[in-house]
Design a binder for this molecule. Structure first.
Ligand code: ADP
Length: 485
């Protein structure tokens, strides 16, 4: 099989810049695709952290005016990835979060910051750069949605395009009078172009104009074709059902490997789950929970938002405590949830603990030390934390939506008999059902032989990228063949 070259275009990439699962995927997929004979280069904005990490950068292109200032495209390696980086101080040289300022207010020039990413992607797609000529340009989420539009309107021969939806809730909509400033032609304004409910829709453009659309689980691929799950795009996605598919995410099993993880207190694997115990003590100590090996620790590592359903955890906290459990929560996000969990921790010292913030190392310890990892999302395109939980033997307690439904097998009696259960799955996402799920988890935990079996099943689940990387490779090859090689 001949090598295939793909340009991945993304607004964050682990470990250089990360606000969520998107970065994890962008960071891990290139390595997995290399095993499939696919060479990936990743184009990212030159945020300060990216530029600082770039080894031996070379200037491959100079752009006189990229939406208000000069820019260079640099090529180099960082963190094991082959990168193209857009060095444009006026767009990306600012501290903190890639999307907003320290108060959570979106950078006002975001339409230009991400149009620039798409514009450079299209230029590399058509002209190549540093000897690299991608046959496929693979874009991720709304920030890169205009890529397909710039490629299409350029008029020259273009590579195939794939748009992946990591979260349909973020769509990137901007006023229509920006059309000329974004270098989009007048005829882009229409249902087959960028027009979306009388605004310019970045994600919409990508989903309308890319050759293939994927999302990160088969169930989410089905959900987004329905009215509610489609968040305004169900009609478009149903109309394009023939080119929409779901490919599950994996996790980087070298970063998430409990047998060697430097961020946890004791190493273990599926053959030695009892070696996991010191992590629970370490977690209880680190979070200020009462040190008690018998107390069941319910963990959370999450953005605190409506999507993630953590209001159910707050409302159902008494059920966790009534079953003798403890809550260990790591998260950041919405003010009312932050306040709620802080109040709960103050009301139940030693039994409820929360760390508000982003902490990579504590995230690993929660996965290694908690008995249960809760992801009660209202919708979840794929979800990565439940995959980490499987690998670390924290039994996932999840809603039956999106990728959670596709990755966790409910430990009902039949599944236990068949030796396949890996978690506790509930539906619908309502606090009463959440409470019942907590009680079910506690009942399962009481029988330690059943619990050990669950942990082994969970830890033996293949959560690597191998299966899904071969699906992406097949999709790319199919697309290249369709477009005449
Ligand atoms: P989403 O991308 O919707 O936030 P995912 O489950 O797909 O959710 O990915 C979340 C990623 O971010 C996981 O790698 C998870 O471990 C990490 N994460 C989320 N919140 C925190 C936090 N407060 N501290 C450290 N890591 C976090």
């Amino acid at each position: 099989m001949s090598a295939l070259e793909v340009l991945s275009v993304v607004s964050e990439v682990y470990p250089l810049v990360k606000t969520g699962g998107l970065a994890d995927v962008a960071g891990a997929l290139p390595g997995a695709l290399a095993q499939e004979g696919v060479t990936v280069r990743t184009l990212v904005p030159g945020y300060p952290a990216v530029k600082a990490a770039l080894e031996k950068p070379k200037v491959v292109t100079k752009i006189g005016d990229l939406f208000g200032g000069p820019a260079k495209v640099l090529a180099g390696r960082a963190a094991g990835l082959d990168l193209f980086v857009i060095d444009a101080a006026h767009l990306y040289d600012r501290p903190g979060n890639p999307y907003h300022d320290g108060d959570g207010v979106d950078w006002p020039d975001n339409p230009f910051r991400f149009a620039a990413l798409a514009k450079v992607a299209a230029q590399i797609g058509i002209e190549g750069a540093a000897g690299f000529r991608p046959q496929v340009v693979h874009t991720h989420d709304w920030q890169t949605g205009l890529t397909a539009a710039y490629l299409e309107y350029d008029g020259r021969k273009r590579p195939g395009t794939v748009a992946t939806i990591h979260n349909l809730a973020f769509q990137g909509q901007y006023p229509k009078d920006l059309l000329p400033a974004l270098h989009l032609p007048d005829h882009a304004w229409g249902v087959d172009g960028v027009e979306y409910y009388d605004t310019i829709g970045f994600l919409k453009a990508g989903l309308r104009m890319s050759d293939r659309v994927t999302t990160v689980s088969p169930t989410y691929a089905a959900e987004i074709r329905s009215g509610e799950g489609g968040m305004g795009l169900s009609g478009l996605l149903s109309g394009r059902a023939g080119v929409v598919s779901g490919i599950l995410n994996g996790i980087d099993i070298d970063v998430w490997n409990p047998a060697i993880d430097p961020l946890i207190a004791a190493h273990f694997d599926a053959a030695s789950p009892s070696s996991r115990r010191p992590n629970k003590t370490a977690l209880q100590r680190r979070m200020g929970l009462r040190i008690d090996s018998k107390a069941m620790v319910f963990g959370v590592v999450s953005r605190l938002s409506w999507q993630k359903g953590l209001d159910m955890v707050l409302e159902g906290i008494e059920t966790i405590l009534a079953s003798g459990g403890q809550l260990a929560l790591l998260g950041s996000g919405d003010r009312d949830l932050v306040d709620g969990f802080r109040r709960a921790a103050a009301a139940h010292p030693g039994r409820v603990a929360c760390v508000i913030g982003y902490d990579e190392s504590l995230a690993h310890l929660v996965q290694a030390g908690a008995d249960v990892l809760m992801v009660p999302s209202r919708f979840e395109p794929c979800g990565l934390t439940q995959l980490c939980a499987l690998r670390y033997g924290a039994i996932p307690l999840v809603t039956r939506v999106g990728g959670l439904a596709d990755t966790i097998i409910d430990a009902n009696e039949m599944a236990l008999d068949a030796g396949t259960g890996t978690g506790v799955v509930f539906t619908p996402p309502h606090v009463d059902m959440f409470r019942a799920a907590v009680q079910r988890a506690a009942a399962l935990h009481e029988d330690q032989s059943i619990w050990r079996r669950l942990m082994k099943n969970a830890m033996r689940t293949d959560v690597s990228w191998a299966r899904s990387a071969s699906r992406y490779a097949a999709l790319y090859r199919d697309l290249v063949a369709e477009r005449g090689g």
